[in-house]
Design a protein around this ligand. Structure first.
Ligand SMILES: [Zn+2]
Length: 177
């Protein structure tokens, strides 16, 4: 885990810049948590956000993840943050996924019930989309003044992903095992 400190892009990407993965986005969140991707490593895909995408990740932390961290006082583990086009395609992400812009993150909290964490975000924080994904992780996005406050649950129905809108202010679903 401690081997990679610098993330350099080959010149062919055009950016020619080297981002330090140790950039701190907020008190408890580092850029590397949103960029390092097992899928990218496995396939040899680039997964380097540009300045605008890093700024979007920072705004997501400032407005949603760090305030949540402050409330729950336990670690939040980012499963997926920024995704390059290739990484997004490899994980079956939607073509217009906000992960492509650095505006969304999927996370888990191992020391709390995920539904409780979901309800805290729902009741106490502002966001663009909040999705309880297959009972396994939480997807949250931030889109500044364009926030929609969409709340959904995703499920697999006959192998297809279905999004169900939630209109109440508290999810009571029993955690499906
Ligand atoms: Zn997601």
């Amino acid at each position: 885990m401690n081997a990679v400190l610098k993330y350099s892009s080959p010149d062919k990407s055009g950016s020619g810049m080297t981002n330090s993965l140790d950039i701190k986005l907020t008190n408890n969140f580092y850029l590397k948590e949103f960029v390092i991707s097992q899928v990218a490593e496995r396939h040899g895909y680039m997964n380097e956000p540009n300045g605008k995408q890093i700024e979007n990740l920072r705004l997501l932390c400032v407005n949603v993840l760090q305030p949540l961290r402050k409330i729950i006082k336990v670690s939040i583990f980012i499963n997926s943050g920024f995704r390059s086009f290739d990484v997004n395609a490899a994980v079956g992400g939607r073509f217009n996924s906000q992960h492509l812009e650095g505006k969304a993150a999927d996370f888990i909290v191992t020391s709390m019930n995920l539904i409780d964490v979901f309800n805290i975000v729902l009741q106490k924080l502002s966001f663009d989309q909040l999705i309880y994904e297959f009972g396994k992780w939480i997807h949250v996005s931030w889109n500044s003044e364009l926030n929609r406050k969409d709340v959904m649950i995703s499920k697999k129905v006959y192998g297809k992903t279905v999004y169900e809108k939630v209109s109440c202010d508290r999810l009571k679903v029993v955690d499906n095992k």
